[in-house]
Design a protein around this ligand. Structure first.
Ligand code: MG
Ligand code: MG
Length: 268
């Protein structure tokens, strides 16, 4: 039997914040390292070392058998990419998803980096996916519903801009378990779904495709790719539902600060 939605105490929220801070710092480190020629496996090794050196455990390593610490999903890969010997090229979009388990709680966040001279239509996809995340966050307040979050993300990216919203993977509650209830889809109807309550902790994570919303799983059993081979973007924040305005647990500002001086990263 699966547990229901878990409302966190203030103490639990502060522990979650520490895990999410380490996630954000790890992603910032990845942003500093990213450049054409680097292997995705080298990013993964460095991330694992950083997390363990700071007293954390990579949440994803061994999760349902996942073999690495980061999910690194490049270009047409949507999520769950396995780090490998692949050398990142100029023009690649690299989405990195990181989880850290510490003090009994999981942090979870993701960011998509544009390496080198990424085409402008793909930059627009990244900007729109990032903006959709914040539109969703505006809805993550007590009294609203998960459908309100999904609606604004889908309405902006799919209805207004014509991108494909991935249906099969969704945001989620996060806490002592990496994936808790409720599910937080990136599509939906206003006023539908689970009612959000103060001190629920959730991860919102739009996965938006330049072309079709259809996806498939590669033969490695993990990597999700777009069916038409066009690129995909993924941005994720963990947050606390509050009255009036959500309280972000993860911190993308640290990541954006870290790539400011990396000439190999094209900024959003
Ligand atoms: Mg997540
Ligand atoms: Mg994640």
């Amino acid at each position: 039997m699966s547990r229901g939605i878990i409302i966190k105490t203030e103490e639990e929220i502060e522990l979650l914040r520490l895990s999410d801070l380490m996630v954000s710092e790890t992603l910032a480190l990845m942003g500093q390292m990213l450049k054409p020629g680097i292997k995705s496996i080298d990013l993964d090794k460095k991330a694992e070392e950083y997390i363990r050196d700071n007293g954390g455990i990579p949440s994803f390593k061994g999760y349902e058998g996942f073999p690495a610490s980061l999910c690194i999903s490049i270009n047409e890969a949507v999520v769950h990419g396995i780090p490998s010997d692949y050398e990142i090229k100029d023009g690649d979009v690299v989405s990195i998803d990181c989880g850290v388990y510490m003090n009994g709680f999981h942090g979870d966040a993701a960011y998509t980096f544009a390496v080198g001279d990424v085409e402008e239509d793909i930059m627009d996809l990244l900007r729109a996916t990032n903006k959709a995340l914040y539109l969703g966050i505006e809805q993550a307040v007590a009294g609203k519903r998960t459908g309100d979050i999904g609606f604004v993300i889908q309405n902006y990216t799919e209805k207004q801009l014509g991108y494909g919203v991935v249906r099969e993977m969704v945001g989620h509650g996060v806490g002592r378990d990496l994936h808790e209830k409720p599910e937080v889809p990136n599509y939906g109807k206003r006023g539908r779904g689970v009612i959000l309550k103060e001190n629920m902790t959730i991860a919102i994570e739009p996965m938006i495709n330049l072309g079709t919303k259809s996806i498939k799983v590669l033969r490695d059993g993990w990597t999700i790719v777009t069916r038409d081979g066009k690129p995909s973007a993924h941005f994720e924040h963990s947050l606390v539902v509050k009255k009036g305005k959500a309280d972000l647990l993860s911190d993308h500002k640290i990541i954006e600060e870290s790539i400011k001086n990396n000439i190999n990263i094209k900024k959003l």
